[in-house]
Write a protein that binds this ligand. Structure first.
Ligand SMILES: Cc1cc2nc3c(=O)[nH]c(=O)nc-3n(C[C@H](O)[C@H](O)[C@H](O)COP(=O)(O)OP(=O)(O)OC[C@H]3O[C@@H](n4cnc5c(N)ncnc54)[C@H](O)[C@@H]3O)c2cc1C
Length: 246
């Protein structure tokens, strides 16, 4: 088990109406190494019982040989960790954390199309992976980032992904909005499921399934539904990786 270590909150940025980015300096290391897709666990002073104080957050920045990482966190009404992080935390505060943790990481080669499917702050590990792929010029076939949220103001890192799409051929950014009516040409109306099914169906030939890696990240409803829809199409469990936020 990794040891707990100290960090300091060096910046907090409001990035959507109920979502903030927290920049953390890991004060006990000069360089915080991790694999894109991993998370850290915070030990928050919200309970006397140890394991009831722990909350995990994916690292949304990519490994960059510094000791600064970014987390992107949504406020959940009634949540103890949310309340602490949004109402009782400020720049300069010390935090206790453990990590990096988790196995939700890229395959060793990107020899098949990669579908990164998420809702809300579930985009965090995928942002880290995509920047890493660009920074290291890792070759890939197609990457589809299929991001779902209700309204435009929750389109986390939108400008950044649009920019990356113009720089990285075969990286496709597909933000899906469930509660907007007038959709600009960079987005889609509806839920993430319609978006990946449309691509997969358009790539099917002679009823052969297109080869792909699926990565799902976010909350249970979306993950359960995506798993079911992909398995109904004929994909098997080992094609589908997921990180469940709750
Ligand atoms: C590996 C991993 C990575 C994660 N990464 C991220 C990330 O990058 N970003 C992110 O935003 N989240 C992430 N999460 C989720 C995160 O760990 C927390 O679960 C989340 O922030 C909610 O914690 P909380 O303490 O606010 O809610 P909790 O107190 O744990 O409550 C959980 C749920 O119960 C509800 N609830 C709590 N108390 C009450 C009450 N009294 N009445 C009614 N409902 C109640 C809350 O609304 C909430 O929906 C991740 C989770 C995992 C496992």
């Amino acid at each position: 088990m990794l040891a707990w270590q100290k960090g300091k909150i060096i910046e907090i940025k409001q990035v959507a109406p109920t979502t903030r980015s927290f920049f953390i300096e890991t004060t006990e290391t000069i360089s915080f190494d991790f694999e894109p897709g991993q998370f850290i666990t915070l030990d928050l002073p919200i309970h006397t019982q140890k394991n009831r104080r722990w909350r995990s957050y994916s690292i949304s920045s990519s490994p960059n040989k510094t000791n600064i990482i970014e987390l992107v966190i949504v406020y959940l009404e009634g949540g103890a960790g949310s309340n602490f992080l949004f109402n009782e935390t400020k720049v300069g505060d010390e935090i206790t954390f453990r990590g990096p943790l988790g196995k939700f990481v890229l395959p060793s080669t990107l020899d098949k199309d990669l579908y990164l499917i998420c809702t809300g702050t579930g985009v965090a590990p995928f942002r880290s992976m995509i920047h890493h792929i660009q920074q290291h010029q890792i070759s890939f076939k197609n990457i589809y980032l299929i991001f779902g949220c209700r309204t435009f103001d929750y389109a986390l890192y939108k400008d950044e992904f649009i920019e990356l799409q113009s720089q990285l051929p075969n990286f496709h950014y597909l933000p899906c909005f469930s509660r907007e009516n007038e959709i600009p040409d960079w987005g889609k109306k509806g839920y993430v499921h319609d978006a990946y099914l449309e691509i997969l169906n358009s790539k099917k030939s002679n009823s052969h399934l297109p080869e792909a890696y699926f990565y799902l990240c976010g909350w249970k409803n979306m993950i359960d539904e995506a798993q079911k829809r992909l398995m109904d199409l004929g994909y098997v469990k080992k094609d589908i990786h997921y990180e469940l936020y709750g």
